[in-house]
Ligand binder design. Structure first.
Ligand code: MEV
Length: 314
């Protein structure tokens, strides 16, 4: 039997904009998905990951498609493999649950079948798996789960390739994840943004310019460990996401609760229209922010960011 694990991710800046070739910044979190792979008489999948109610059922057919794509890309029949998924990463929208499971499954298959895949190869095959979940993924989620740390990611929309740069940051800070409890459909939301862009190209080119300024400044602020400014830029990024219609009443409520209770910045993360809100906090106010979110009836979790990528074992 082989065991591998990969972390969830949070997008700090640039979800949706990354689909159009703009750079985005993502980071790996502490919680991980663990994949166990063993040989068996027939194929089976047991999914014991904790979840936001309804998530696994809603994503089940996409998960089947994803695993088939992984087998195809890795050139295995897969009819003699038992896969068990577990770990402390809650399967929910916004946290890169699909990217983490793809990356962990590929690494475990590589170990069990002695394929000796490099991290780059694991990442490329995990990307094929991600296509089962969201059609035309930018690749940021699987890349972050595979390599870990802080990743500045850019998709080359003409060649279909991508550029990835590890940011070597000494900063390690906490964020609060507030969960709307709503599972979002990435394929649908990405398509909707695309049709808005087709209808209103001028508005989108203005938004893209505004976003580019935010990410440029965010990289400098991260390197200077200027958390106040990073928070301010997260708020600005959230406003742009609101303008492209990917926020929701619940996400707005979570952002408001976080800012009112002392967070330095807050924004939706990932697909939006559900999923997660992240808030940048310091040690003095993290409990107040988390409590306010919980008292309003949402789930809240504190995580440190910049965690390790895919690895063998837990
Ligand atoms: C999903 O985690 C992030 C999106 O930008 C889609 C993608 O990058 O593939 C919404």
């Amino acid at each position: 039997m082989a065991v591998a694990s990969a972390p969830g991710k949070l997008i700090l800046f640039g979800e949706h904009f990354v689909v159009y070739g703009l750079p985005a910044l993502a980071t790996a979190i502490e919680a991980r998905t663990v994949a166990e792979v063993q040989r068996a008489d027939k194929y089976s999948l047991i999914d014991n990951r904790p979840e936001t109610v309804g998530y696994k059922k809603e994503k089940y057919s996409q998960q089947v498609d994803s695993i088939q794509r992984i087998f195809k890309a890795i050139e295995l029949k897969g009819d003699d493999v038992k896969i068990v998924l577990r770990g402390d990463l809650v399967a929910t929208s916004g946290v890169g649950a699909s990217g983490a499971s793809c990356s962990a499954i590929v690494a475990a298959l590589s170990d069990e079948f002695e394929l000796g895949l490099s991290k780059e190869e694991i990442n490329n095959i995990a990307y094929e798996g991600e296509k089962g979940y969201h059609g035309t993924p930018s690749g940021i989620d699987n890349t972050c789960s595979t390599f870990g740390g802080f990743i500045l990611y850019r998709k080359d929309i003409t060649s279909g390739g991508s550029n990835m740069k590890h940011l070597d940051l000494s900063t390690s800070f906490s964020v609060i994840m507030g969960n709307t409890g709503i599972t979002s459909n990435t394929t649908e939301v990405v398509k909707d943004v695309e049709s808005q862009k087709e209808r209103e190209p001028d508005r989108f080119s203005r938004l893209f310019k505004e976003y580019q300024k935010i990410i440029d400044e965010a990289i400098v602020s991260l390197q200077k460990e200027d958390l106040e400014n990073i928070g301010r830029l997260m708020n600005k990024n959230h406003s742009l996401l609101r303008e492209i219609n990917v926020s929701s009443t619940e996400l707005e409520r979570l952002v408001e609760l976080a800012l009112k209770n002392g967070a330095m910045g807050a924004k939706l993360t990932g697909t939006g229209r559900g999923g997660l809100m992240i808030a940048l906090v310091d040690d003095d106010n993290k409990k107040d922010v988390a409590d306010a979110i919980k008292n309003a009836g949402f789930k809240a979790e504190i995580t440190r960011i910049g965690a390790e990528g895919v690895r063998l074992g837990r």
